[in-house]
Ligand binder design. Structure first.
Ligand code: ADP
Ligand code: MG
Length: 248
C-alpha cells in the first residue's frame, strides 16, 4: 500500500524544533531548528553521528519530551501545552516504541509482555488477550505466547517487542537501533518483518540509527548533524530485507 505525499495529512509535522539543555553554566543546543513532515505509510531512517541530537529528536517525536521551542503536531494534535498525563495518553494511542535492548519483562511470558500497553490503556482482560495473541501472530510467534521472554532468542524477543508496539494499533512505530543487539541473520529477519508491516498494514516506521544497512532498506533517509537536519533524501531503490535472510 502506497500513499502519495499529496493525498494525506502528515502524521508527523514538526516545525523549527529546538531543544536546549542547561546544566549549571553549560548550555547544550541539542536541536537547532529541525523541521520535518512524515506522511502515513512512510519507512524512513533518521541517521547521524553520536551526539547529533537523534535521541533528543526521537524523544520529542515520541512525546516523551517537549521541545524548547517550535511546533509539533502528531496525527493532527498539537502537543504543546498538553499535561504529562495527556501526553502519555497521546503516546499510548499513537506510538509504538521498539528499543535496541528490547525492554521486555524478562520473566513474564510473551502474551503478558504484549498486553502491557493495553493494561495502561484500560482495555478489559478478554480483549487484551485476543489483541495480544493477534499481534504475536502478526510477528510469527503465535505458538510461543507461553514462553517467558528470557526463554526466547534475541530475534524472538525483538519480535515480541514489535508485537507489543503493534498491539495498540499505533499510527507510527519509532524504532531506536532495533537490530543493534542482534546477529546479522536475526537483524535481517527483523528488518524483513518491519518492511512487511509497513507494506501490508501501512504502518509508518521511523528508525533512529547509525547502521547504514537499516537505512538501505528505507525509502527516505534524513541526516542530522549538530542538531540540524542536513539532508533529507529519497532512496530510489530500497533493499528488500526479506531476501537478505541467510540460510540457517
Ligand atoms: N538530558 C540531557 N541533559 C543534558 N544534555 C543532554 C541531554 N540529552 C542529550 N544531551 C546532549 O544533547 C546533545 C544531543 O544528544 P542526543 O540527542 O542524545 O544525541 P544522539 O542520540 O544523536 O547521540 C549531546 O551533546 C548530548 O550530550
Ligand atoms: Mg542517542
Amino acid at each position: 500500500m502506497t500513499m502519495t505525499a499529496a493525498s494525506a495529512a502528515p502524521v508527523i509535522d514538526a516545525l523549527d524544533l529546538t531543544k536546549t539543555y542547561t546544566i549549571g553554566e553549560n548550555v547544550v543546543r541539542a536541536l537547532q531548528g529541525a523541521t520535518l513532515k512524515i506522511y502515513p505509510g512512510d519507512l524512513l531512517a533518521i541517521m547521524g553521528p553520536s551526539g547529533s541530537g537523534k535521541s533528543t529528536l526521537m524523544n520529542i517525536l515520541g512525546c516523551l519530551d517537549q521541545p524548547t521551542s517550535g511546533t509539533y503536531r502528531l496525527d493532527g494534535v498539537d502537543v504543546k501545552g498538553l499535561k504529562d498525563d495527556q501526553l502519555a495518553e497521546v503516546r499510548n494511542h499513537k506510538i509504538g516504541f521498539v528499543f535496541q535492548s528490547f525492554n521486555l519483562l524478562r520473566r513474564t511470558n510473551a502474551l503478558n509482555n504484549v498486553e502491557q500497553p493495553l493494561i495502561y490503556g484500560g482495555v478489559n482482560a478478554r480483549e487484551r488477550r485476543t489483541r495480544a495473541l493477534a499481534a504475536l501472530e502478526a510477528v510469527g510467534l503465535g505458538q510461543r505466547w507461553r514462553h517467558a521472554a528470557n526463554e526466547l532468542s534475541g530475534g524472538q524477543q525483538q519480535r515480541v517487542a514489535i508485537a507489543r508496539a503493534l498491539v495498540s494499533e499505533p499510527a507510527i512505530i519509532l524504532a531506536d537501533e532495533p537490530t543493534g543487539n542482534l546477529d546479522s541473520k536475526s537483524g535481517a529477519e527483523i528488518m524483513c518483518l518491519f518492511q512487511r508491516l509497513n507494506e501490508e498494514k501501512g504502518i509508518t516506521i521511523i528508525f533512529v540509527t547509525h547502521d547504514p544497512r537499516i537505512a538501505g532498506h528505507c525509502r527516505r533517509i534524513i541526516r542530522i548533524s549538530d542538531g540540524k537536519i542536513v539532508a533529507d533524501e529519497v532512496n530510489p531503490s530500497p533493499l528488500q530485507a526479506c531476501s537478505d535472510i541467510p540460510e540457517a
